[in-house]
Design a binder for this molecule. Structure first.
Ligand code: SF4
Ligand code: SF4
Length: 381
């Protein structure tokens, strides 16, 4: 490898923090053959979320995405894991929680800006540089690239863990025609620890580094249909995403990154009151959540999850609002979920509303949820 590229890489690493990048590494642009085998098996076992790029060749062969790729630059940007003076969730003012990765500005925007700065930096030094940036929605696996580039190890909780930053990091990458020398993967690993697997509420971590996305709470919070009783109970008060397998990770202990201004959380968005979410208009949703990554599936999953959270809190003060959702919401999934929630909370008003709704409900799935909620209340006496 010529001195020119070694020197450029050294300068790039020095410049990274000035570009807003917390970790940077270089991976070869060779095909990701082991990953491909894993993805094939994952698909055969029905463990995909359905949100991924469907073409496994595109996900694992950089040369299908870029003409004559020579290297891939991986970047990581660290985000906050703690709220400053978090508002209390208490009876009469129950709150939900958003995934930490969605607390600040949409990370797609934040990473794209940094990759654009990096591209400009490279082109100022090498005018013939060609670069193609990717963030999450690109075909390549951010995690596989980050691991190969030495950003961190591929952990049992399926995150990439940087020894310095932990797993509270956003990942992005850039394929280039610059033959930068590759970094070595990190040597640390999870060792004998299994805390994330033990703590996962649904058993979605079916093995070390193996996720069944279909039962992962993070995925479930992003779906739009009715969920099973079991999954609704396990969602707790999560409105978007799930951080459990990262919170319990000992490597993350004490790690909270507050140096990126636009990625810092707004407490009222990160841990919002649940009741106001139920009547939020599309416009309010866009104004409040439009600049965060939780908005990509629209407001419906978040409202459904707010209804579930109120049921899990057994929040009696929410009964009038839940009855309004049950009786008036035009979306059958919201009506059915409100029925479940009222069944969890119970009480005379909830039961009377459910019995009345059972007479009028026309949607089969919502009607079944209402009947089940009534049966539940009868069983509870
Ligand atoms: S995100 Fe939550 S549900 Fe998914 S694997 Fe981690 S702990 Fe389990
Ligand atoms: S909790 Fe333990 S096993 Fe899980 S990712 Fe962290 S170090 Fe690895």
């Amino acid at each position: 490898m010529s001195d020119r590229w070694c020197e450029l890489k050294r300068e790039m690493k020095e410049a990274a923090s000035g570009l807003g990048i917390d970790a940077i590494g270089v991976a070869s642009a060779d095909p990701f053959l082991t990953l491909k085998q894993r993805l094939i098996r994952h698909r055969e076992l029905g463990r995909e979320s359905g949100f991924e790029e469907p073409d496994l060749d595109r996900r694992t062969e950089p040369s299908l995405l870029f003409d004559n790729p020579q290297s891939i630059i991986a970047i990581a940007v660290a985000y906050a894991s703690k709220l400053k003076d978090p508002p209390k969730s208490e009876p009469g003012a129950r709150r939900g929680i958003m995934s930490r990765s969605a607390w600040g500005e949409d990370y797609h925007t934040a990473l794209r800006e940094r990759l654009a700065r990096l591209e400009q930096w490279l082109k100022e030094r090498v005018p013939e540089a060609r670069c193609e940036s990717m963030v999450d929605t690109g075909a390549l696996s951010d995690r596989a690239v980050a691991e190969r580039a030495g950003i961190g190890w591929s952990a049992k909780n399926c995150a990439v863990i940087s020894p310095e930053l932990g797993s509270w990091i956003y990942l992005g990458e850039m394929i280039t025609n610059l033959p930068l020398p590759p970094d070595e993967p990190v040597t640390e690993g999870c060792g004998s620890c299994t805390k994330c697997i033990d703590a996962c509420p649904t058993g979605a971590l079916v093995g070390p580094g193996e996720l069944d996305a279909q039962s992962c709470v993070s995925f479930l919070t992003q779906t739009k249909g009715m969920l099973s009783d079991e999954y609704m109970r396990k969602i707790g008060n999560r409105l978007y995403g799930c951080d459990t397998c990262q919170i319990v990770c000992p490597v993350n202990r004490g790690k909270n990154w507050t140096h990126q201004p636009e990625l810092q959380p707004d407490n009222e968005l990160a841990k919002p009151l649940l009741l106001p979410l139920l009547s939020m208009s599309n416009r309010e949703f866009k104004e409040r959540y439009g600049r965060t990554s939780s908005a990509w599936r629209g407001k419906k999953p978040i409202q459904r999850n707010a209804v579930i959270a109120l049921g899990n809190f057994k929040e009696a003060a929410a009964v009038p609002d839940l009855i309004r959702v049950l009786m008036e919401d035009p979306r059958p999934v919201l009506r059915g979920t409100a029925a479940w929630s009222l069944g969890r909370i119970g009480g005379a008003d909830a039961e009377a509303a459910l019995r009345q709704a059972a007479v009028h409900e026309e949607d089969a799935e919502a009607l079944e949820a209402i009947r089940e909620a009534v049966r539940q209340l009868e069983r509870n006496g």
